[in-house]
Design a protein around this ligand. Structure first.
Ligand code: GLY
Length: 366
């Protein structure tokens, strides 16, 4: 039987995608990583329970790796958790010739990638993403980091993984809400760069998709093309931030105010609704394009309700956005479905207007 694998090079890292990806890891551990002195595997409580046994069944060498378990959830993507990881690595004798294997969603690859990249001035790490969001976005492209209090990804660095192994079968372990979170990023990839992919996505509800392999590959190709042209986000890579200025504001607001915070994807979906409104007002997105985007986002995601009084806090949070320049909010906006433009300076009054519109939003009338 032919090997079911695609190999892409993204920002210097080989990315193995498909049903044979873990077999590739098994082979690589005996070849390109054979000289490593010690192996560590970072998991959270969920991936320890649901994914680690599946990984060991295909890659038995993993059992010899020292396992570090951290609590699940974005609220634990902190320097405090990093310190616990560093402590355990130090006690177990990690050095620059060790390898860290990150098994998990975006929280694990962001945190583990950061922890490895600064440990002893840098040890190698590989990512094995287990969530859709991580497969198509967080685990590839070399962005690593942690949150500072509730502010997203304020501490981190670009540090490409030594390799990424994407095994779509892990998605069967994923709760529907987490799958949906990744789907928001997939919709974003389509919206910024590929109108045909967008049409394919909206042609049926997400719940009907059973074979994710082709969708994952298409979404990764979009990110790969962009990141390979601009690995350090000096320009074009900012296109991937559509929906993220207000998405991060919603996510931070929710981490601060809700008992159970919304997911990254839910926040990005709401961010895209607001930024589609701004795109319509200032970047040329048509009324029809905006309404189509909003309709299809709300077919998949619940409208996250916030009181009008929250607008000040949300606008204030955007002041800490890493994309800001000279104190001004900079956004990626849509000119059309499948066509985005980065580096748009947006005044607080326009952000406020989009949020005001959003709070008054009723699903039937945009
Ligand atoms: N998640 C956006 C990026 O990797 O640039």
């Amino acid at each position: 039987m032919a090997k079911k694998i695609k190999i892409l090079n993204i920002a210097g890292s080989p990315v193995y995608i498909g049903q044979s990806a873990l077999e590739e890891l098994r082979y690589n551990l005996n070849t390109i990583f054979a000289s490593k002195e010690t192996f560590f595997i970072l998991v959270d409580e969920n991936t320890d329970k649901h994914c680690y046994p599946q990984l060991v069944a295909i890659v038995p060498q993993i059992e010899k790796a020292y396992k570090i378990v951290v609590p699940s959830g974005e609220e634990n993507k902190t320097l405090t958790t990093c310190e616990q990881v560093w402590n355990q690595m130090a006690v177990a004798g990690a050095n620059r010739k060790s390898l860290l294997i990150n098994l998990g969603g975006g929280m694990i690859s962001d945190l583990g990638g950061f922890a490895a990249s600064v440990y002893h001035r840098g040890m190698q790490y590989v990512n094995i993403p287990t969530s859709l969001m991580s497969m198509i976005d967080a685990s590839i492209g070399g962005k690593t980091g942690v949150d500072l209090y509730s502010l997203k990804n304020q501490i981190g660095l670009f540090a490409p993984p030594a390799a990424v192994y994407i095994w779509p079968s892990f998605l069967a372990t994923l709760p529907h809400r987490q799958l949906l979170s990744g789907y928001a990023e997939m919709m974003k990839h389509a919206l910024i760069a590929d109108a045909d992919f967008w049409r394919k996505l909206i042609s049926m509800p997400m719940a009907v998709i059973s074979n994710w392999d082709d969708y994952i590959l298409e979404a990764i190709r979009i990110k790969s093309d962009i990141v390979n042209r601009d690995p350090y986000e000096e320009g074009e890579r900012r296109l991937l931030n559509f929906g993220h200025t207000l998405g991060h504001a919603f996510e931070t607001y929710s981490l601060r105010n809700d008992k159970s915070a919304i997911t990254h994807g839910e926040a990005v979906a709401m961010g895209m609704i607001c930024e589609a409104y701004i795109s319509y007002r200032v970047a040329g997105l048509s009324h029809t394009g905006r309404d189509e985007l909003v309709k299809h986002l709300l077919l998949n995601f619940n409208h996250y309700k916030i009181p009008v009084e929250a607008i000040d806090e949300l606008v204030e949070i955007t002041n800490y956005d890493k994309k800001n320049r000279k104190g001004h909010a900079m956004m990626t906006l849509l000119r059309d479905i499948g066509q985005a433009v980065e580096g748009q300076q947006i005044e607080p009054a326009m952000i406020r207007e989009s949020l005001f519109r959003y709070t008054n939003f009723s699903e039937s009338a945009q």
